[in-house]
Design a protein around this ligand. Structure first.
Ligand code: PLP
Length: 398
């Protein structure tokens, strides 16, 4: 007998990928320049030159040294480089407390692996995990695969910041963890220090009331992609935080699969949690993260993300859509614009957008009605050339 649950996950593709597949087929039919595909979060900015230089240097090393297994938690030099970088960047926020030691890190195959490992580490079947809607749809898949229930809590309806009171109300004695992601996919919000402090206070209080401490899983693949906003270091605000990170977006390496899990030393269960994370990585069969890209991190951990191209796209898209009469949430980070659908049913609005060769993602995919996500990690020309189509779509609703 095959596993029907796995069949279900495989047979029903993610709607984002289905839209992207439709976009690729449509481009083949009518020409790539005539289709405005805003569906995927695949960075349009190339990986920095330092990445290519590091790969070239690895090619000069003895093959066994480059292609061999690494320790399951990653090359010591890689973990040391990442820990030193984090300490340089966040020690001011941590005050006297340490930020990260090399042994607190577990190098992974990207944020997806970081999250599945972390969820397996801090939950038991029957537990509940809270997500802030709208949310990255794969969270639900990863939570359910741990035998847990995904509990959706809507963000504040006007700011899309976390509604700490609503989170507190959703906590039960079964709540094991809350996942947050800032800068946020799909909305582009960056959670303010005040938002995070309120959330931390709510989790402390509810954890004490239920007698069941709650983990805060901070998923941060967009940390470096911001337009001036401060992205607070979450472990400085809530001790029981685990940070999940990836270089998919910051260094434009999504196909290479490289990231990490950090169990901050301040975590009350740190000494048992570090081997638990390793155990989850082992049982999930990850073995180790790609060796060559662990070496890339040694060389490139402090290379800045190239945010200028996204900033230019963001400006052109928001200006164009505002002129055409659309409402949206001003994005403080990431490369997504959250645009109000021009009718209540986001899927119906998407179908009408599709007729104009516009491919955003309807918000129902993210657990929230009435909006679409427009990914602006595309070429500048795609944004500029799509404007007549956005205008024609808006005109249909006048
Ligand atoms: N978390 C969020 C919020 C994302 O947007 C993504 C990818 O788009 C991931 C996790 C997975 O990232 P990775 O490619 O590093 O696995």
């Amino acid at each position: 007998m095959i596993n029907e649950t796995m069949y279900g996950y495989g047979a029903s593709k993610s709607s984002i990928r289905e839209i992207a597949a439709y976009g690729a087929a449509r481009k083949a039919q009518i020409g790539a320049e005539n289709v405005f595909d805003f569906s995927l979060g695949n960075p349009s900015v190339p990986a920095p030159a330092e990445v290519a230089a590091s790969l070239k240097a690895s090619a000069e090393l003895p093959p066994a040294q480059v292609h061999g297994y690494t320790p399951a938690n990653g090359l010591p030099a890689c973990r040391e480089a990442v820990a030193a970088s984090l300490s340089r960047r966040f020690s001011a926020e941590m005050g006297e407390r340490p930020v990260a030691d090399a042994d607190d890190l577990y190098i992974t195959c990207g944020a997806a692996a970081s999250l599945t490992i972390t969820l397996h580490a801090v939950t038991n079947p029957g537990d509940e995990v809270i997500v802030i809607a709208p949310y990255f749809p794969e969270y639900r898949v990863w939570i359910e695969t741990c035998g847990c229930t995904c509990v959706e809590v809507m963000a504040d309806a006007s700011t899309f910041q976390i509604d700490a009171d609503a989170v507190a109300a959703a906590v039960t004695e079964r709540t094991a963890a809350v996942i947050i992601d800032s800068p946020n996919n799909p909305v582009g919000t960056v959670y303010t220090r005040e938002t995070l402090e309120k959330l931390a206070a709510a989790l402390e209080r509810r954890g004490q009331e239920t007698g069941h401490p709650i983990y805060l899983i901070s998923d941060e693949p967009y940390r470096e992609i911001t337009y001036g906003a401060e992205v607070p270091w979450v472990p400085a605000i809530y001790e029981r935080t685990i940070v999940c990170y990836s270089y998919s977006k910051s260094l434009s390496l999504p196909g290479e699969r490289i990231g990490w899990v950090l169990v901050p030393p301040t975590n009350p269960e740190h000494d048992r949690l570090v081997p638990t994370v390793a155990g989850a990585g082992r049982t999930l069969g990850f073995v180790c993260a790609p060796a060559i890209f662990q070496r890339v991190l040694i060389d490139c951990v402090d290379v800045p993300s190239d945010v200028d191209a996204y900033a230019r796209n963001r400006e052109a898209l928001t200006r164009g859509l505002a002129e055409a009469g659309y409402e949206y949430i001003e994005p403080a980070g990431a490369f997504y614009l959250w645009v109000k659908a021009l009718e209540l049913d986001a899927s119906a609005f998407f179908e009408r957008a599709k007729a104009h060769e516009l491919l955003p993602v309807p918000s129902d995919s993210f657990g929230c009605p009435g909006w679409v996500r427009v990914g602006y990690c595309v070429s500048y020309e795609t944004i500029v050339n799509s404007m007549p189509a956005w205008q024609a779509l808006a005109a249909e609703y006048k």
